[in-house]
Write a protein that binds this ligand. Structure first.
Ligand code: SF4
Ligand code: SF4
Length: 423
């Protein structure tokens, strides 16, 4: 079957009952904080934008896509929509798109983003024939934007208030213009937030139409607990209809958006089946690169009970496996490469742990984390009992309660290390 733009169920109302889409949840981090978003919830009964049950590596996502295509052969679109922002995770996003394009040359590809870090990737997106990009633009006036966004992180710098909103809006409009220059279909989502931007969405529509946007999706804001906006009521259907009607003088409207989860699969509006959620959970349990055999997990620990040692300070790593009865067992202890030597030290460590799927540490710098990741070893910054963490990883359990605030941080800033160990 040859897929055409008309098969995209989000962009073509006539296709939505016939063709499905799959979101691959490979992008956990976000580069901005919207005052209506809380990505920590994960509820099977809750279909909210951004929510996902698991995070996958690009390799795991391909394995999962293969399974999903068998279960739902009507999938016409592969999209990346979070649960964070695709371009706050650009390596994972671009690698996944390249892998999907290589294996499924006819598949429609799409990406949904806040637009902040989109611009540098647009030319490659066009080369990969990513046909549809959605940017969520809630305001073109920085004063209104400053009420919607708590912060923006750009080029490793934090922005707040008007500066944050202005930067984000500039980047969004710049990216939209470039998308149209390279011929990508551009959808703009604008979330209607009562009392904040409801009378402003018409201005957004006018501006994005001027820059060439193809379609507008005026989405009702969804109230989420533990957010700045949690007490704002959702807009009535009447208000949404009025705004859609007013903005239609500038742009065609998408009216059937189901505000899908970041791991949505199948026909829009249908809840993910238990079978597909099982496939997703299975994919998340595979090694980062599923074609490799990685039966072990390495741990950095001072005494062998707790995960309590910084990666750079470990003199040896404990190697764990699961036995046939599901118990976590210590199978080896491997000497760490000597300190110093920069990049080579981490290359040597990655080689000595090449049968491990993860390395559990109490702290780690960017440099070893990147080297390990490139060699298929996920560095997880955790605190707690080794057995609980190892068992949880082998069994696909949620380890949020063991996670430190950030898995990747400035060396020494939030771990027990001295700040010099990973240099
Ligand atoms: Fe949440 Fe998306 Fe906003 Fe990031 S851009 S804070 S993931 S809604
Ligand atoms: Fe389509 Fe809306 Fe779902 Fe995105 S969130 S896949 S635009 S229906």
């Amino acid at each position: 079957m040859t897929l055409t733009l008309a098969n995209h169920p989000c962009f073509n109302d006539a296709s939505r009952h016939k063709f499905g889409r799959i979101h691959l949840p490979i992008a956990p981090k976000c580069n901005i904080q919207c005052n209506y978003c809380n990505r920590k919830f994960d509820c099977m009964n809750e279909n909210r934008p951004g929510v996902t049950s698991k995070i996958l590596s690009p390799g795991q996502a391909m394995h999962y896509l293969d399974q999903a295509m068998t279960l739902s052969p009507n999938i016409a679109v592969v999209g990346i929509a979070g649960p964070g922002d695709p371009f706050a995770n650009p390596d994972e996003t671009m690698e996944t798109l390249r892998l999907v394009r290589a294996k499924y040359p006819e598949m429609l590809l799409c990406v949904a983003t806040n637009g902040l870090d989109l611009y540098p990737y647009i030319d490659e997106l066009a080369e990969l024939q990513v046909s549809h990009v959605t940017i969520t633009i809630n305001a073109i006036d920085p004063v209104i934007g400053s009420e919607i966004y708590a912060w923006v992180r750009y080029n490793k710098k934090m922005y707040r208030d008007l500066d944050a909103a202005k930067l984000l809006i500039d980047k969004q409009l710049e990216a939209l213009k470039r998308l149209k220059e390279v011929g990508v279909t551009a959808k703009v989502n604008s979330i209607i937030i009562p009392g904040i931007n409801d009378t402003h969405v018409i201005e957004v529509a006018r501006k994005v139409a001027e820059l060439g946007a193809d379609i507008l999706n005026c989405m009702p804001y969804y109230s989420t607990t533990e957010t700045v906006f949690e007490n704002i009521a959702e807009p009535s259907l009447e208000i949404v209809n009025e705004i859609q009607s007013a903005t239609s003088q500038y742009l065609p409207q998408m009216k059937h958006c189901a505000r899908c989860r970041a791991d949505a699969v199948g026909i829009i509006g249908e809840i993910n089946s238990e079978e597909i959620m099982q496939k997703l959970a299975e994919a998340a349990l595979l090694p980062t690169n599923p074609s490799e055999s990685r039966p072990y997990i390495a741990v950095s620990s001072i005494e062998g009970v707790l995960i309590n040692q910084h990666l750079g300070e470990a003199e040896r790593f404990l190697i764990y496996s699961m036995n046939d009865t599901g118990e976590c067992i210590l199978v080896d202890s491997r000497t760490a490469p000597p300190a110093g030597g920069g990049q080579q030290r981490w290359e040597a460590l990655a080689d000595s742990l090449n049968d491990c799927r993860a390395l559990l540490v109490n702290g780690a710098g960017d440099s070893p984390t990147k080297v390990m990741k490139a060699k298929g070893i996920e560095v997880m910054v955790l605190e707690g009992v080794i057995e609980e963490a190892v068992y949880g990883i082998f069994n696909g359990q949620d380890l949020k309660h063991l996670m430190k605030s950030s898995q990747i941080h400035a060396c020494g800033s939030s771990c027990s290390g001295t700040g010099g160990g990973c240099g």
